[in-house]
Design a protein around this ligand. Sequence first.
Ligand code: ARG
Length: 457
Amino acid sequence: MTKMWAGRTAGVTDSVADDFNSSIRFDCKMFREDITGSMAHAVMLGAKGIITRQESEQLIDGLQAILEDLDSGALEFDLGCEDIHMFVEQVLTQRLGDVGRKLHTARSRNDQVALDLRMYLRSQIDEITALVKDVLTALVDQAEANKAVIMPGYTHLQRAQPILFSHHLMAYAMMLLRDLDRLADCRKRMNVSPIGCCALAGTTYDTDRRFEARQLGFDSVAMNSIDGVSDRDFCVELMSGLSMLMMHLSRFSEELILWSSWEFQFIELSDAYTTGSSIMPQKKNPDMAELVRGKTGRVYGDLTALLTTLKGLPLAYNKDMQEDKEAVFDAVDTVKMCLKVFAPMLATLTVKPENMKKAAQGGFINATDLADYLVKKGMPFRSAYKISGQIVAKCMQSGCVLETLPLSEYQAFSDLFGEDLYHEIDLNTCVEKRISEGGTSLFSVETQIAYVKEKLA
Ligand code: ARG
């Protein structure tokens, strides 16, 4: 078929080149944005007298009909078209004749594609935001349902200090709140309209870019037309925010996988979010969590791909930039899929408080509290630290734990030890006394939960 841009050339290209060049397979995702963007353009052209009111109305009605036909399935994408922009204009022209040919006045596909992409990703950010909030809600619910459950807190994956399970969950909530902030921040810079920048230099027509931008819900317009059509920072920013979000989900997945292992048995994932093995009858595999962890690499890859594509591109538009869409769409779709499975997986998991408590009881997890006991009795911390270490070694030799070592043995290390030490090193005391802001005491965790709930409201 002869191309719409035939003129300078005959507009007849090789069919392999056509396939190579065409983007409609993936940019058809933006049909709604392309059509609403064009409707706003037609309104502006009519309002400014660049086309007649009647032509403007005809274009708007024609575009509306195309939108409805695409929604209902009466109209299908023509994969022979170069991209979604050409497709819509082609259908419009087939249906309206010459009036259809007026739509592209004072516009270029360069500002059009930048507009569509910003509008599309803007609404994707809103969807992702809602999905992240679902995960946060599941986190809050699990934290509230298991508020006082004690588990070992780890550093270096070695038992470190006792913490509340709810405290651990709230750590992830804080990460996700930052992710929401990043998305909102990215949305602000994304919500700037490039339409009217035209090919790169602006236009000689008396257009009204701000009027067009306002109709489409943008906060402002790109201040430099060359930047307006060349900028893909908003895609990179979004993918970087999404990478960070995936990194959080991946760390969390790793812990869920570990916690649900036979060795830990801190939690059990619901059957609905696990799979069996085709050979080992006893298996219950955390596939969903593993896939979230795995797909994180894929989202990082999308970010790296676009950064690399953009590196070294001269201003203004270059066809390389068509590569932005598959990367950013893949990142967005992947993140949405992960969030959709993550929230219910979290909401339906069962916590095993006895096992967490049992794990917290071994491993001398209260050794810091033993040292703090001596400090409170007047010993300098570094000396208390040393003695507590020696007591741990002693316990290991005699096969007991701090709670069961007799007082006489303690007193051989320091006469500051008294009967009250057993209360001080009790796991409940260790947790309850950590009242510092952000700490693991029930009061402090309740404050954190309230903070997250307030942010969600
Ligand atoms: N399909 C193109 C893209 O996604 C639209 C812009 C084409 N502009 C051009 N001058 N060829 O980037």
